[in-house]
Design a protein around this ligand. Structure first.
Ligand SMILES: [Zn+2]
Ligand SMILES: [Zn+2]
Length: 274
């Protein structure tokens, strides 16, 4: 994921907060006692062809550890790489709608999601839905806004309701009540987890390794991951497969296993929040 047009003021404000207060804010205001039976939702956004090329490796690694994930699928990539998505479904993973052309994608569509009209947004979501049904034979029920966060729009929930969707995962934990899932009409929104060092950003490989202002070393990234897992917050993280050469993905799965945390899918936990 790459923010091609950041909202400058918002970006600088959040960067300032992250650098100055991030670590303390997480420790004193966000962290809580972890529940006994913890789980994590792992999601992947293969936005670009470099992400799609890594999908077979991702599926093979998850299989090795007996873990499941949710994949935010771009309709155009379902058409181009049907075999990858078919394999993911066969192996028990969940596919969610990530629009047809991923607005604000250098490879597919330069327009921003928030710049589209509501009708255009609906068309993007409905087209991805139709492609998944035709090519993969599945009815999608969940959605993620391309680049989420600042690109996400409120009217997306109304569109999802109109299209018969059940959930969305397009907000940052810091912008959500206590960072927990919440409802918008009939749609359940699953916010994405914080970076423990920079809670105004997400725990994601994109800011950690490709960020303009906030960066992490590989070692730091793993340490932050352990801290996040031990923090008792709702665990919903997303990673970009193209970053697999920047950190040890398998090591991350080993940490989850060591801490006896289960991996779950959005559809597995949806009922708890409806
Ligand atoms: Zn994306
Ligand atoms: Zn960070």
């Amino acid at each position: 994921m790459k923010h091609t047009v950041p909202h400058t003021y918002d970006l600088y404000k959040k960067t300032f907060l992250n650098i100055v207060f991030g670590k303390l804010y997480f420790k004193y205001f966000i962290k809580k006692k972890p529940a006994k039976d913890r789980y994590i939702i792992l999601s992947f956004d293969p936005d670009e062809t470099s992400d799609m090329d890594e999908l077979p490796r991702l599926l093979a690694t998850l299989k090795k550890y007996g873990m499941k994930c949710s994949i935010a699928a771009v309709g155009a990539w379902i058409e181009k790489y049907p075999q990858h998505f078919k394999r993911a479904i066969r192996e028990g993973h969940e596919i969610i709608n990530h629009t047809y052309s991923h607005p604000d994608s250098p490879q597919l569509n330069p327009r921003h999601y928030f710049d589209l009209t509501k009708a255009e947004r609906k068309k993007e979501i409905a087209k991805c839905h139709a492609v998944a049904k035709k090519v993969l034979g599945i009815e999608l029920k969940g959605f993620r806004t391309p680049h989420f966060g600042y690109q996400h729009t409120e009217d997306t929930y109304a569109i999802l309701e109109e299209l018969g969707y059940s959930f969305c995962t397009s907000t940052r934990a810091i912008d959500s009540p206590e960072g927990k899932p919440f409802r918008k009409g009939t749609i359940v929104e699953f916010p994405l987890s914080y970076c423990p060092r920079h809670p105004w950003a997400l725990f994601d490989s994109s800011h950690a390794f490709r960020g303009r202002f906030l960066k992490h070393s590989k070692k730091d990234f793993m340490k932050n991951f352990e801290e996040l897992l031990d923090s008792g917050v709702f665990l919903n993280i997303y990673l970009d497969p193209q970053d697999f050469d920047k950190f040890d993905f398998e090591e991350l799965l080993k940490i989850i296993k060591k801490k006896k945390i289960k991996t779950k899918l959005y559809r597995d936990v949806l009922k708890d929040y409806q």
